[in-house]
Design a protein around this ligand. Structure first.
Ligand SMILES: [Zn+2]
Length: 257
């Protein structure tokens, strides 16, 4: 989720609160969808995460359903998330580049996934620089996708440069490969307003998470320790604030079909 230059960052202030979202008529009106309808055949789910943690923030609940069926899953980590703590002495890029993929591994294990059985590709693109490499990323994704794949990634209008570029690259690669794209908002929960017409409500569906599944997702997100603490060396607040976590741990995953 991380890696926004301060001057470009649309994430200012506390953002739209969980209580405001809970009162959203537009959100209340979104129909539900089952995992069976989302993934109606034996083809793969391909999850493309701009940064390590986006996979669990986007769809940790859905991922937990693949425990024991890891062969039906492909996870693509586009960057190693080394840009989440600019100027930090505690979390220099060299440390983040090692730590954040390990945090993802721990989170996936907490979801019940058996990592040796998981096809997990790390592309190592530079954090915050994905837009400049969008064409090359599209070609890399094209080489990984198969017809019939369900591709799930960040919404291309999420207002984070990497999230948007990965969303666009996935959309184009899916089109070329005859795969189906699904997008999930991450930052939009912060900057969008409860009845925001910029959100594609007509494409939205809710995948409901039962309490046990939601608890797994919460436990998995907690593995991303680098994102959860303030940084004493820069004075920066946690990348994932308590308010952000509350928004991201609603009892459903919102998916744009
Ligand atoms: Zn991200």
């Amino acid at each position: 989720m991380s890696g926004v230059n301060a001057r470009d960052n649309p994430i200012r202030g506390p953002g739209t609160s969980l209580a405001q979202w809970q009162a959203s008529r537009a959100l209340q009106a979104v129909p539900t969808i089952t995992a069976q309808l989302l993934l109606p055949h034996d083809g793969r789910l391909v999850v493309v995460a701009p940064h390590p943690d986006d996979e669990v923030l986007m769809c940790g609940g859905l991922l937990s359903r693949f425990a024991g069926q890891e062969e039906q899953l492909l996870l693509v980590s586009v960057t190693d998330g080394e840009g989440s703590h600019p100027c930090s002495l505690t979390w220099p890029a060299s440390r983040l580049r090692q730590a954040r993929p390990l945090e993802s591994a721990h989170a996936l294990e907490r979801l019940g996934l058996h990592l040796p059985g998981l096809d997990w590709r790390r592309l190592g693109l530079p954090d915050t620089q994905v837009p400049a490499l969008e064409g090359a990323l599209t070609e890399q994704l094209q080489g990984l996708l198969r017809p019939g794949d369900r591709v799930l990634t960040t919404w291309r209008h999420d207002a984070h440069c990497d999230h948007d570029a990965v969303g666009r690259a996935c959309a184009e690669a899916a089109r070329r490969c005859d795969a189906r794209l699904m997008e999930i908002p991450v930052w939009a929960w912060h900057w969008a307003e409860p009845e925001d017409r910029r959100l594609p409500w007509l494409r939205a569906r809710k995948l409901m998470l039962d309490p046990q599944c939601l608890a797994l997702k919460r436990h998995a997100i907690a593995a991303h320790t680098s994102q959860l603490s303030p940084d004493a060396t820069t004075g920066a607040a946690p990348v994932l604030s308590p308010a952000a976590l509350a928004r991201l741990l609603q009892p459903f995953e919102l998916i744009f079909l």
